[in-house]
Design a protein around this ligand. Structure first.
Ligand SMILES: *Cc1c(COP(=O)(O)O)cnc(C)c1O
Length: 383
């Protein structure tokens, strides 16, 4: 039935296929019996296969079994879920926190819950697809501001008459690896809230690639020294730097209570199994206990970014371990990715519609060795 559309994708080099690993996630992976140095995962701290996470999951399985059997509101959650939420609230210095089944579920659940009919959402042009979908599901009107352009944002906010205003942004952009100007965005929201008796401007940050990476692991607010005000909602994931699975929202008790009652992706979905929650708890403890992990990550990131820039590559404004490498057309990007594969390096070609400009998306982790990084730079040097 869709064969014509599929032919179109294939003709235009837009067809994607799934690559399945034969190994655990890590800096080395095996695909189809061949080993590659992996520059494609978001497992920034190399925790996805860490013994502490595996042990925590195994112990939780012994006590709680495997499946969770129901949604949180129907007793699908465990005391581990509550423990993780308490830990997150403490970590983020907020009154309250809530665990979600994934970052995708968090964004498509929370945004429609807090942005109702008559409200306005202001969303960065390069926000993650799950934010875009959250905005689409909301009955509020969405205004897209130019990427990181706070003058454009402020102008749109001032021109818009609405009850509640909600600014939504990735704090680290997932395909460009740059950081949102959160201090300026915070100041705009603060000024608006200061002129009214009740706060009606909210700031929603998506820390999926910031948690465990910037701000000594605590994420974007810590990175910019911003106070977690009650009108800020911090969303983050356990699935990237924390090597586990699932997501969270941290904010005021009112916002979290409202979310529990209204967010459909929270209410109508089965709770995460306790063993996954236990692994997330272990990962949070690890990043607090071992700051050396983040140091190593950032050192590896700098080494890679410097090496690629020196070769003359455009890394498109990257400031984080996500390093896009501009490679021109879709065809030349695919060619570059295939060339690296032949050299034993896995770095995916990212094409439209995921991004406007095709690129290789290199992600560096704390688990990469100097030799891994040198091999990548050498291979890209000979491209
Ligand atoms: C990955 C990602 C998500 C989705 O998180 P999952 O836990 O993978 O569903 C949301 N927002 C951003 C910015 C992301 O990069």
């Amino acid at each position: 039935m869709l064969s014509k559309s599929l032919v179109f994708l294939k003709k235009n080099n837009l067809f994607r296929d799934i690559k399945n690993r034969d190994s655990s996630q890590g800096s080395r992976i095996i695909i189809g019996g061949k080993e590659y140095i992996n520059f494609s995962s978001n497992d920034y701290l190399g925790l996805a296969n860490h013994p502490a996470l595996i042990r925590a999951a195994q112990q939780a399985m012994k006590k709680f079994g495997f499946g969770s059997g129901a949604s949180r509101l129907l007793c699908g959650g465990s005391i581990l879920h509550a423990e993780l939420e308490e830990k997150i609230a403490k970590f983020k210095e907020t009154e309250s926190a809530l665990v979600f089944n994934s970052g995708y579920a968090a964004n498509t659940g929370i945004i429609p819950a807090i942005a109702e009919e008559g409200d306005a959402i202001f969303s960065d042009q390069l926000n993650h697809a799950s934010i875009v979908d959250g905005c689409r599901l909301s009955r509020a009107k969405t205004y897209i501001y130019r990427h990181k352009d706070t003058a454009n944002l402020e102008n749109l906010i001032r021109k818009t008459k609405s009850r509640r205003k909600i600014v939504v942004t990735d704090s680290v952009f997932s395909m460009d690896g740059d950081i949102a100007p959160l201090k300026e965005i915070y100041d705009i929201c603060l000024a608006l809230n200061a002129t009214r008796c009740t706060p009606d401007t909210l700031l929603y940050t998506d820390d999926a690639h910031a948690t465990g990476v910037i701000g000594k692991g605590k994420g974007s607010l810590e990175h910019f020294g911003i106070k977690p005000e009650p009108w800020i909602i911090q969303m983050g994931t356990f699935s990237k730097a924390l090597g586990s699975f699932g997501a969270f929202a941290a904010g005021s008790k009112d916002v979290i209570d409202w979310t529990v009652n209204i967010a459909r992706s929270f209410i109508f979905s089965t709770a995460l199994p306790p063993c996954i929650i236990a692994a997330s708890i272990a990962a949070l403890e690890l990043i607090e206990k071992k700051p050396v992990l983040i140091k190593k990550l950032l050192a590896n990131r700098d080494k890679t970014a410097k090496g690629l820039t020196k070769l003359g590559y455009d890394i498109m404004g990257s400031e984080t371990p996500i390093i896009p490498v501009k490679t021109g057309s879709i065809e030349s990007t695919l060619k570059a990715s295939r060339y690296l594969l032949k050299k034993g390096i896995f770095a995916p070609a990212i094409r439209p519609p995921a991004v406007k400009e095709p690129r290789l998306r290199i992600t560096v982790t704390a688990a990469h060795t100097d030799e891994d990084i040198e091999k990548l730079i050498k291979a890209l040097g000979s491209l």
